[in-house]
Ligand binder design. Sequence first.
Ligand SMILES: [Zn+2]
Length: 614
Amino acid sequence: MGRGLISDEIIDQIRDRVDIADIVSQHVSMTKAGQNLKGRCPFHLDKTPSFTVSPSKQIFHCFGCGAGGSVFTFLTRITGASFPEVVRDLGRKVGVEIQETTGSGLQTAQLARIEQVNQAAAAWFQKHLQSEKTGEPARRYLAERGIHEATIARFQIGSAQAEWDGLVTALTAQGMAEIDLVAAGLVVARDQAGGGSRKGSTGFYDRFRARVMFPITDLRKRIVGFGGRTLGDGTPKYLNSPDTALFRKGRTLFALDQARDEIARTKTAIVVEGYFDTIALHQAGVTHTVATLGTALTPEHIQVLRRFAVNVVLLFDPDAAGVRAALRGLDLFVNSGLGVKVITLPSGDDPDTFVRREGPGAFARLEELAPSLLDYALDHSMKKAEAGSLESRIRSVDEVLRILQKSGHPIEREERIRVVAERLGINQSRLIERYPALLIQQKKRVAAPRNQTNQGSSFPNFKGLAEERDLVLLLLHGKLSPADIRRLRPELFTVTACRKLVHFALAHLDRDGRIGVRPLLDAAVDDPECGALATELSLRDDHFDDVPAHIKACLECLDRKRAEQELRDRIAQLKAAEREGRVEDARALNVQVNELRMKKAGMPAAGVVSLVKE
Ligand SMILES: [Zn+2]
């Protein structure tokens, strides 16, 4: 893993000050399992909790997909940041200073500039909201929507003034480059918009004018973009930052950083559609709420939600668009492993008005009674055609059945077919006739689960000898004596990852010839070649009846394999020497081959010379 120019010493210092369990729990919902923590893996579609964190070893490993490593590895994978970025970020949090280097890369530098520009813009918007004169319309609007001062502060809400170049003028005066303001999506070049240049103005104008401004933060609390609600008749009503190097609407959820802890605690995320709905629910104490940013839910959103939540509650408008959204959601969520429910509010209400009038308790009851997304979609589809002919009734659920046949849960599927058939007043076989895949897939699935359990209990990824695997496992569990360790030679191991681990181990011998398991793990877990094997073997609790005997047997086996290989090599060399008429070489090789043969047969090597054919 590219460590950039950060020294191992600094990396160790940071590692010592953080706890992987805390860090992982901020991203994944974990429960205690003996000495370890277990949860559903954020890196693959995990139906059982395969993801394990060991607080004592400060490592994680997923027994489903094989991902493993240290807190740094975890953060690089979950945030998409580079190793040096992650180290720097963590270092900043725990007070370990890291010298900035020139080698940090253009991309990193640009991201940092956009982040800085966004930060400055957020401060500028907040200052404006608080300003007696310019902030008045926005403050009045927020008051009308019932947003409290504390909430305004918590969400860093601000306002953009009506003029065309207030922000661009203010930020360039602070020394920021126009090109960075454009990269951050905060300003637009005039010619880009096709408009003529106005007299006395710069070539850029502010994207957000006369709006209430909501900074959008990522899980690292960086301001990545903005959303703005118009204060007048301006269109569109809601305007978001465009996608930038730092911001992608399709994978960002508004308020996720603030909702994360409560989502992890309740294992449930409420997904709404707007800034005000989110903020109103948070203000009312329903803090496990996030919002999409003017886009429909994407598979990337669902990946993000799966890191923290087991259940997702969607809030849809009960109109035609809401039903379409529900069906789209159904398609997305099928096989996601997430339980999805739909809350429908009384007509005329939005989350904001509802929770203000009825309180968070009423909202929790709605959440509890909410139907599953599938039932919701079925209900709406069937309502449309309940009075029609049989054919039209079946047609009305076509869309749902099409999605249903993709479900990987045979029991759920069967149950739904039963429900649909009942509601349509027809026989289940009529539905299966129409969607033969509903049946065929079910048959195909029978064998699948058995495969999966096999994979979980064996070593799906290990290609080498069981003996070398067990030796490395016992090594990582501190079971090898100094005498055993002296017999370890990296070249005995055929699998690259094992060989590398043994190399690391021999580099960590202490004065007594023992190996410190923690320093070894710390050194090995971030290694791209052997990190995942190290975490996997380290977290396995395989039982061996007689550990010393097993170690002895494994070492002997490896020695034997090694000797066999050496013998094969020498015989090949001998044949080549004979073929090429190199008499002296052949004679010497012949001696070696005989020695190896005697050794293999368990006879002393002395006296072999006399056995050599002249
Ligand atoms: Zn996994």
